[in-house]
Design a protein around this ligand. Structure first.
Ligand code: ACM
Length: 766
């Protein structure tokens, strides 16, 4: 229990006990649509009325937070409120309370007579201010003027579950303006996120002015369009959010160039803006890999002067020359002058170390220092840089590869490689502090689907094998947004909203039983996001499949997930637009056709387009199997496949029988393929739906039909399809491939509209 609980008067405690017993989650969700939800919330009676005459009484520590509150209230009332250092009645009071020991912690008590915020630090007060903001009408966000504003009576005690509640933005692959960064910071603050990690440099562009090395931005911030840009341009034909932001395109020397950078002055402004909102900006200068933009202008940084792509990554800078350290230290010295953060990120990911092994300078250094291999050579670089950071009073953060060659326990490890689940455990056991950002589910540049929010909300930052003491080394989590395929602010909005609200609630509230209430509150938050002009991903149309089968007629019945949305459709293969017909309930389908459906906001923004293939079928007749044997006949191929079809020409490694669609625990190869072949013996006639989730690809055939095509190399995604089956056995084949990086394989079925469930083992025969 936190210290301020002692401050509750007996009267307040009575309210707490009585109200807690009568207020259900659902009522709270409707009346208090707060995200993240407070640790304790007790509804009071009545409300507090704010007018332009209501004073704000402030303890001297909280002047900045009072200004933030006043900015919000002024938007709704048209005038700032009076700030007072002396106590007044019917006021909003910001009180310093030394008995509150935890940082970022606050209490907020709203009665008919006053609003009282208590905290020990500015961050606590600021979080209370953002709670007040979410209790105010949404119209305040748009600047609509009100004679008075009403806050519901409530008693809140609140504090975060995790100290690191982070968002990352890659501003290198595509660049984002100062004004967008400020918007991004505002939205983080609204949902109580507190760490903004800026990925400022990469092969595709250097985005921060470094006065000692001006060419880093004069040259390194600009590029001719690359393959990522051309991919965006292609996608822009169907979706305007992929149009590359014109603001970042210039003409220079007869060439069209893409890019941009932040001057030190601009970045100091962004840092100050974030600081006022209690958000710490953590700069990342990614090295020794991902440095092509810098090496282009400063080729002395490599071991052999070459600057090109290796097999997977670009060639890194050379850790065996003192000139490299001089450069790195000079760059980071300027970075530290811009960013006061205790944390500085050095990257350290995806290093192609092969050239180091060929370099005479490296051979000599390794001999001299007793460095046994190339991962250890990378550790030599990181450890030296860490000493430099520490000498300036800063802590080093690196991506989890930094532990490969051994690392000092004082470095902070940022875990991202989902397919190396031991990495955070190893780091914690080594004494390191760890921040969790695993690609699944926290890479928000991955296309969201109907499961993304659930997965983020239910992500557990603490690896199960850690004990309670070790768990303390995990200080939180962060979502990363890599922008290779995100060339505009609208696309960025779409990728991280509303997923960030699920992460915010996980990291602040961390109560999984609030998920249903969270979903209700999220529906209400959409109107705030509309007011803030956030191009969030519209909620999914519920329970849709990719492929439908029907015998006489098909019925498509979709209920809109939000009242404000209109569903429109086409059957001619074109994408629905605002002029397409409104989808009837139900839409009757009488012939084989492709139905494309999308939701539209009142302003005409289109949500994801759903392509629903309707196929008229005859019920597939059963076949005889003689004699039926239990399970499916499976073949394992230990090789890399780009598509499932390529397995048919490959040499089998082993065979086995399985009555489940799963990868045997004995499979350890990073890349492989498995075919599951035999019969599926269904107990009744019906339209059967199959849901195949896989990472990477999978294809399901029943009889002569491809029922689900989820082929290719991709992260875990579900695709689904139907087939009309007569009772009895039908030829069954499921092909699955894993290309590397960790796999997922799940097959579920439903019949005649039942809930999806596992296929019973005794249905599989061979
Ligand atoms: C990373 O995604 N390369 C950290």
């Amino acid at each position: 229990m936190i210290a301020f609980a002692k401050k509750l008067t007996p009267f307040k405690l009575v309210i707490l006990l009585v109200c807690a017993s009568v207020t259900s989650n659902a009522q709270d969700a409707t009346k208090f649509p707060l995200i993240p939800y407070p640790n304790q919330l007790v509804m009071g009676s009545g409300s507090f009325i704010i007018t332009s005459k209501t004073p704000i009484v402030i303890a001297k520590e909280f002047g900045r937070e009072a200004l933030e509150l006043n900015n919000i209230l002024q938007r709704g009332l048209g005038k700032p409120l009076l700030l007072s250092k002396v106590n007044k009645s019917h006021a909003i009071k910001l009180i310093y309370d030394a008995s509150i020991t935890a940082s970022e912690t606050y209490t907020l008590n709203i009665t008919q007579n006053e609003v009282v915020i208590r905290a020990k630090d500015g961050a606590g007060v600021f979080h209370a201010v953002e709670t007040i903001r979410q209790l105010l009408p949404v119209s305040v966000e748009t600047g609509m003027l009100h004679k008075q504003l009403t806050l519901p009576a409530v008693a809140i005690q609140d504090q975060p579950a995790y100290e690191w509640r982070g968002m990352h933005l890659d501003v290198s692959r595509h660049f984002f303006s100062v004004s967008y960064l400020k918007k991004f910071i505002d939205r983080m603050a609204l949902y109580k996120m507190n760490k903004l990690h800026l990925h400022l440099t990469d092969d595709q562009g250097w985005r921060i002015e470094i006065k000692k090395y001006p060419k880093l931005t004069e040259e390194g911030a600009w590029r001719t369009f690359n393959n990522q840009d051309s991919s965006c341009m292609k996608r822009a034909k169907d979706n305007p959010d992929f149009i590359i932001d014109k603001e970042h395109i210039i003409q220079r020397g007869g060439k069209t160039l893409y890019g941009g950078f932040y001057t030190q002055q601009e970045m100091k402004g962004i840092v100050a803006y974030a600081t006022a909102k209690h958000i710490d900006i953590i700069p990342e200068i990614d090295m020794p890999g991902h440095m092509m933009a810098a090496i282009n202008s400063y080729p002395f940084l490599t071991c052999n002067g070459e600057n090109k792509w290796g097999t997977l990554f670009t060639k890194p800078i050379c850790p065996c020359n003192e000139t490299t350290f001089e450069f790195a230290q000079n760059v980071f010295s300027e970075i530290m002058d811009i960013f006061p953060s205790k944390y500085i990120h050095i990257g350290g990911d995806e290093v192609d170390r092969t050239d180091w092994g060929k370099s005479d300078a490296c051979k000599a250094l390794m001999e001299r220092e007793g460095i046994k291999d190339l991962p250890a050579l990378q550790s030599y670089f990181i450890n030296r840089m860490e000493k430099f950071f520490n000498s300036k009073g800063r802590k080093l953060i690196g991506w989890d590869e930094i532990i490969e060659g051994g690392i000092s326990p004082t470095a902070i490890v940022m875990y991202w490689r989902t397919w190396v689940p031991q990495a955070p455990v190893k780091a914690v056991k080594n004494g390191n502090t760890v921040i969790m950002t695993p690609g699944e589910p926290l890479y928000f540049d991955n296309q969201a689907d109907q499961y993304s929010i659930y997965k983020v909300y239910h992500f557990n930052p603490i690896p199960q094998v850690l004990n309670a003491e070790e768990a303390k080394s995990i200080i939180g989590a962060q979502a990363n947004i890599w922008t290779e395929q995100i060339p505009s602010e609208r696309r960025a909005d779409y990728m991280y909203m509303p997923r960030m609200t699920a992460l915010a609630e996980l990291l602040w509230t961390n109560k999984q039983d609030k998920y249903d209430s969270y979903l209700e509150r999220l529906v209400q938050q959409y109107s705030r996001m509309d007011a803030l002009k956030i191009n969030y991903r519209l909620p999914d149309l519920p329970n849709l499949l990719n492929e439908y089968a029907f015998t006489d007629e098909g019925k498509l019945s979709i209920t809109s997930p939000l009242k404000s949305l209109t569903l429109r459709y086409t059957t001619d293969g074109t994408l629905p637009d605002v002029k397409s017909p409104v989808l009837p309930y139900p839409l009757i389908i009488k012939k084989t056709e492709l139905v494309k459906v999308a939701a539209f906001t009142p302003t005409g923004t289109r949500g994801d387009v759903y392509s629903l293939n309707y196929t008229q079928q005859h019920m597939l007749g059963a076949v005889k199997i003689n004699p039926p044997k239990a399970g499916l006949a499976c073949t394992y191929y230990k090789a890399y496949f780009k598509e499932t079809a390529l397995m048919k020409d490959a040499k089998a490694d082993s065979v086995f029988v399985s009555d489940k669609i799963e990868v045997p625990a004995t499979v350890k190869a990073p890349s492989f393929g498995i075919t599951y072949k035999g019969y599926i013996d269904v107990p009744a006639d019906g339209i059967y739906s199959f849901y195949l989730t896989c990472d990477d690809g999978g294809v399901l055939n029943v009889g002569p039909n491809v029922v689900v095509n989820n082929d290719g190399n991709h992260s875990a995604q579900e695709r689904s399809g139907q087939i009309a089956l007569k009772m009895g056995a039908h030829p069954f084949k499921l092909d699955f491939i894993e290309g590397g990086g960790g796999f997922t394989l799940k097959l579920k079925y439903s019949v005649n509209g039942s809930a999806p469930q596992d296929v019973p083992a005794d249905w599989f025969k061979n």
